[in-house]
Design a protein around this ligand. Structure first.
Ligand SMILES: [Zn+2]
Length: 299
């Protein structure tokens, strides 16, 4: 089997958040651990990042203090710069950055680490920056509800870079057919979901489905702006993916619940579901039926 693109989820830190922020109507006494990732995609003309990670951890911990039960910690080797170095890459080698949305936990790594007396500065000097059209409008004029999640200087810096591409449709100029974009508005307007490899590729679901617990339709995060809209979008997205997989699914499970920006990996038409995969699908279908019948506890 030949894959053109290779996706590397890069571990970027860990934290623990309170249940009422992890889940809409969640239990504030619960704690949910997260591992934070960004994606590096190799195999195209130039390396591509999906989101940029969180190199300014101290700043993030300050900004997200109300959400975090335990602050984000980054082990040695886990910064975006160090992770890229493992592949022999520097920021200047990156050809494009897909920014799912400009909330600071996804886009903070676009900026060089903060230094006293220095104005904020963009990293990735040769990259095109891809942002969804509706989200770009939001980022330039944030709503009071999520204004605190945007870095005030970032939109201006992206615009002034001359390398911003506002994506308004399924494909971008920078990446062409290699990436097919979907849009979701429930978390924030114009959230970009990137289907890597084009039609039938692997989808980075960002904050539409930020980890395994949120695959379940009624489960949404505490800070989604429109939970019901998000559920409708998630249903349409999953139905569309499942209709397109036609019995050939490769569901890749990471060994940790992925992060504030995490992927659901669904591949279509490449791997026939056989053996244990088929059993797992049968189990999942049985569990779903039991759940719909109100008997989930029996599984
Ligand atoms: Zn977000």
């Amino acid at each position: 089997m030949k894959y053109r693109y290779v996706i590397h989820p890069l571990l970027n830190g860990r934290c623990v958040i309170a249940g009422n922020h992890a889940f809409h109507e969640g239990d504030p006494t619960e704690s949910w651990p997260y591992s934070c990732y960004l994606w590096l995609i190799l195999g195209g003309e130039r390396p591509v990042l999906v989101d940029t990670g969180l190199d300014n951890v101290e700043e993030m911990n300050r900004g997200a203090a109300h959400v975090l039960r335990q602050p984000i910690t980054q082990e040695p080797g886990q910064t975006t710069r160090e992770q890229l170095a493992r592949f022999g890459l520097k920021g200047e080698d990156i050809g494009a950055v897909i920014i799912t949305h400009l909330h600071f936990d996804h886009a903070g790594g676009l900026l060089a680490p903060w230094q006293e007396g220095q104005p904020p500065r963009l990293l990735f000097p040769n990259a095109r920056f891809l942002v969804g059209a509706a989200h770009w409008a939001r980022a330039r004029q944030p709503h009071p509800r999520d204004r605190a999640s945007f870095i005030p200087e970032l939109a201006g810096l992206l615009e002034a870079s001359g390398r911003l591409e506002v994506v308004d449709g399924p494909h971008s100029e920078a990446l062409g057919e290699a990436v097919r974009f979907h849009v979701s508005d429930g978390h924030t307007p114009g959230l970009l979901l990137a289907e890597i490899g084009g039609e039938g590729g692997v989808v980075f679901c960002a904050d539409l489905i930020p980890g395994r617990p949120w695959v379940h339709l009624p489960v949404t995060m505490g800070y989604d702006r429109a939970p019901e809209l998000l559920i409708d979008e998630k249903r349409r997205f999953l139905e569309d993916m499942l209709a397109r997989v036609q019995g050939r699914v490769d569901h890749v499970r990471l060994d940790r619940v992925p992060p504030l920006a995490a992927p659901l990996l669904l591949e279509r038409g490449r791997v026939p579901v056989e053996g244990r995969g088929r059993e797992r699908l049968a189990e999942a279908a049985a569990a779903r039926l039991l759940e719909e019948a109100g008997l989930a506890d029996l599984t």
